[in-house]
Design a protein around this ligand. Structure first.
Ligand code: ARG
Length: 585
């Protein structure tokens, strides 16, 4: 469905051609929602820059454009504001029609893309045998949301988990594994090492203390890399254990990912080096193979190299990313690759992309984007830690959020004198707790650091998951109270807008499409959260001002339609954030 903004934009583009000729065909008329709602609903700002270009008075230019607009069906007569803004007020009759169309549209007006080509979203990507920390949680939540939005828009999305499952640390881990579980490799049953992070710490301790152990670990790396059966088996056991632990978290978050770890690209690493060599951009620097970069210099201003093969001939993180990039373009044949990691890796990706371009690995038809995000901090503004100063385990973090949610719920039930089953309490706390964690993360501009606070994320008021879930549940309670089936409000539906709060809500419901397109462009999920928050507020204002069940027909049905449309919009919007709604809470 064409949104009002798109419709106005098209109309202005036609008017620009009529006013000034074909040369003005592709100019963006700069239509936005009005900054000051007293003057209208939308405004077009094009007269100002255009006047400058044409050496004329902007109000005069605005006047000429207005004469050539044919918006009678859509807007009241446009007015010129301030130095030359064109103000547009949408006619209620037009809104009513558009809302009816929206109501009947199963995708709520969001168009599907055609022949889009595939997209890879590379996200989550924890490291085997190391902590899956809050940074990975952020990547997981943001990456999932971006994937959901692109999927809904009709892109074929490959959700890749680029787990860190290769590297010299495996020499140490395998050696330690053989030491503490000597028969692990011969037993058929899957090994349960327990807490793998702890295992890693102990292995590291052994490594640091004992030079024989160090030597054995180094030999183990060489054996693993040369494909030795037993070493591969031990490595596999360690990966399996980690995988099981990660999967618990993904299941609880209801997030799907396809694992394709760093090790997958091992067979292609040598070829990356060859490719760079063929392009004549590979240089030896202090024994290492490098590509020198533009725009990256060290403290004394000398150009920095990207190392792709260390002096011991080993490959590194960057080599793997170059191989992955090639594979994704050549074999997966995707047109867009999105990487979701903390902003600490911005330079890494800028460098990899630059080298890939230089090496002709990355054609102009493929778009690569790094989606960076800030740190997660505790309420004291420092790194998030437990009270005793340890890193927080993700499992504990989610449990805690659910506990908080349960507490809040039990208090609420008591104060409302309600009795609910244990099953209800479990289900609501689980959904509210997990949703709160996700929403708190997504509602922040991802670039900034974010302060993790259970109290804030679970508050019933403000831009939080519970507020949004509550608005949805409230709408469902209206239908229960009035014995209404939202799915059957009649064949020939008609939305009538009378009250100001009703018009306001109606207009806003029509902006979902624009919002989704904006998130798709900027990859900023907080824009969608802002929209849903604003929508819930507008709905609550409408609900306070306009009786629904107590109104007479045809207003009653019209208002029920608005209620249901709001609920559907919230449900869809939240589902794109990875949050499921509750009919009752
Ligand atoms: N494993 C990495 C980390 O924990 C993130 C990997 C991101 N993806 C990539 N293609 N480099 O920092």
């Amino acid at each position: 469905m064409t949104s009002i903004n798109e419709q106005l934009t098209q109309n202005f583009q036609d008017a620009l051609v009529k006013s000034f000729g074909e040369d003005f065909k592709d100019i963006d008329p700069q239509v936005t929602t009005a900054r000051d709602l007293r003057h209208g609903d939308y405004q077009a700002n094009i007269a100002l820059p255009l006047a400058k270009k044409l050496g004329k008075n902007p109000r005069e230019i605005a006047g000429i454009i207005i004469e050539n607009l044919s918006l009678d069906e859509v807007c009241e007569a446009p007015t010129i504001g301030g130095p030359g803004f064109i103000n547009l007020k949408i006619k209620p009759s037009y809104l009513q029609n558009e809302l009816t169309l929206l109501y009947n549209n199963p995708h709520l007006g969001i168009e599907k893309v055609k022949d889009s080509g595939g997209v890879i979203v590379d996200f989550s990507s924890p490291n085997i045998a190391k902590e899956m920390h809050v940074g990975h949680l952020r990547s997981t939540i943001i990456g999932d949301c971006i994937s959901r939005i692109l999927e809904f828009r009709g892109y074929e999305v490959l959700r890749l988990n680029h787990v860190g499952d290769w590297g010299t640390q495996f020499g140490m881990l395998i050696t330690y594994l053989k030491e503490v579980y000597p028969d692990a490799l011969t037993k058929a049953n899957a090994l349960d090492i327990g807490d793998l992070v702890n295992f890693y710490k102990q292995a590291k301790k052994r490594f640091d203390e004992d030079s024989y152990f160090q030597e054995a670990a180094r030999e183990a790396v060489v054996k693993l890399q040369s494909g030795d059966q037993e070493s591969r088996h031990a490595w596999q056991l360690l990966c399996d254990q980690s995988r099981r632990e990660f999967q618990v978290i993904y299941d609880r978050l209801n997030i799907k990912l396809e694992e394709r770890g760093e090790s997958f690209y091992n067979p292609f690493l040598e070829d990356v080096i060859k490719g760079l060599e063929q392009q004549g951009i590979l240089e030896k620097n202090q024994g290492a193979q490098c590509v020198f970069l533009e725009g990256f210099t060290n403290k004394s201003g000398d150009p920095l190299p990207l190392i792709v093969q260390k002096s011991d001939r080993g490959y590194n993180y960057a080599t793997t990313d170059l191989a992955a990039l090639r594979y994704r373009i050549q074999e997966d044949k995707v047109k867009r690759i999105i990487y979701v990691t903390d902003s600490g890796q911005s330079n890494h990706f800028a460098q990899v992309f630059q080298v890939a371009k230089k090496a002709n690995f990355l054609p102009d038809t493929v778009e690569v984007t790094h989606v960076p995000f800030g740190l997660v901090k505790g309420e004291n503004g420092k790194k998030l830690k437990t009270r005793s100063g340890e890193t927080i385990k993700l499992k504990d973090l989610l449990d805690e959020a659910i506990n908080y949610a349960r507490n809040d719920l039990e208090n609420r039930l008591q104060s409302e004198d309600r009795k609910e089953s244990e099953e209800f309490i479990n289900q609501v706390s689980e959904i509210v707790g997990i949703s709160a964690v996700k929403y708190a993360d997504l509602s922040q501009n991802r670039i900034s650091d974010y302060i993790f606070s259970y109290d804030k994320m679970l508050a019933l008021q403000g831009n939080t998951a519970p507020y949004m879930l509550y608005a949805y549940a409230r709408i469902q309670s209206i239908s229960r109270e009035g014995n209404i089936d939202y799915e059957n409000l009649g064949e020939d539906i008609k939305i009538i807008l009378e009250d100001d709060t009703e018009i306001d809500l109606g207009k806003y419901l029509l902006q979902l499409n624009d919002t989704i397109k904006e998130v798709e462009k900027t990859l900023l999920p907080n824009r969608l959260c802002d929209y849903l928050y604003e929508l819930s507020k507008k709905f609550n204002r409408f609900y306070e001002n306009c009786p629904v069940l107590k109104s007479d027909e045809p207003i009653k049905t019209s208002r029920l339609l608005l209620c249901n449309l709001t609920a559907r919009t919230l449900k869809l919007g939240l589902s794109l954030l990875g949050i499921s709604v509750l009919e009752r809470m």
